[in-house]
Design a protein around this ligand. Structure first.
Ligand code: FES
Length: 156
């Protein structure tokens, strides 16, 4: 199975040194089609690094950047830090809730989008900002948010 082979390849890439655990978990999550760490991922990471599954689960559940439940194909993160807040991130958030039909922390029924809050994305100069997967969007307005989501929906 291709997916198992990918997991195997990722494990090999990070070696067995426990100091690579966070980087390994990151890559396992990023390459999972549902952008989360499955029980199989955690078990594989633990076995590979000679750690207990409980320890790896503890690490994965400690950091908010890891998800232990399935997420959408696209992860939409809205910056909620003060500069973006002052520049209208509340309107951005409201539009996303309307367009996607989900609240923060939820995934659309079609599995396409998960909506999340984020702290500063590092582009305060173009606040308000959001990130979709690896791409950052700034100077957002409600209509621009609508356009971005519609464009993503078209590219299936
Ligand atoms: S505060 Fe939003 S990108 Fe920095």
């Amino acid at each position: 199975m291709k997916k198992d082979m990918n997991t195997h390849e990722i494990l090999q890439k990070y070696g067995k040194d426990a100091e690579n655990l966070l980087a390994l978990l990151h890559e396992l999550q990023n390459t999972h089609e549902q952008h989360y760490l499955s029980a199989e991922n955690l078990a594989a990471a633990a076995a590979h690094m000679g750690l207990t599954e409980g320890y790896v689960y503890g690490v994965a559940s400690f950091y908010t950047m890891f998800s232990l439940k399935p997420r959408g194909r696209h992860i939409v993160r809205v910056c909620q830090s003060p500069p973006c807040h002052l520049m209208g991130s509340t309107d951005v958030a409201r539009e996303l809730i309307k367009v996607l039909g989900v609240s923060f922390g939820e995934t659309t029924a079609d599995g396409q989008f998960s909506l999340e809050m984020s702290s500063c994305l590092g582009v305060c100069g173009v606040a308000p900002a959001m990130m979709v997967d690896d791409e950052v969007y700034g100077n957002l307005s409600a209509s621009r948010v609508h356009e971005i989501i519609e464009d993503l929906r078209r590219v299936k």
